[in-house]
Design a protein around this ligand. Structure first.
Ligand code: FES
Length: 105
């Protein structure tokens, strides 16, 4: 299990434990009712309602978005250079301690 900390849009901070077996950050968030991650498309990288911001440090470890994610991110409100889609980030051992901020919708 690894730990992931979410900062919800209202500033509430929640740390969850999840399996490091490739489940997505979005799935962990939805299973635990993290505010601001509605994930309307169910993880198909088509809705941008699982939008978050990652710090520089974590962006490097997570890796860059692929072309499809970039295109979907273009639909996201409040887009920033540090934006990512949580359905496209898979939980794996090196992401233990991941900290992200849920983007406001
Ligand atoms: S859940 Fe729809 S883009 Fe991530």
């Amino acid at each position: 299990m690894i730990k992931v900390t979410f900062i919800e849009p209202d500033g509430n901070v929640r740390t969850l434990e999840g399996p490091d077996n490739g489940q997505s950050v979005m799935e962990l968030a939805r299973a635990n009712g993290i505010a601001g991650i509605t994930a309307d498309c169910g993880g198909a990288c088509a809705c941008a309602t699982c939008h978050c911001y990652l710090s520089d440090e974590w962006r490097e470890l997570v890796g860059p978005p692929d072309d499809v994610e970039e295109m979907t991110l273009d639909m996201a409100p409040n887009l920033r250079p540090e934006s990512r889609l949580t359905c496209q980030i898979q939980l794996r051992p090196e992401l233990d301690g991941l900290r992200l901020t849920v983007a406001p919708n």
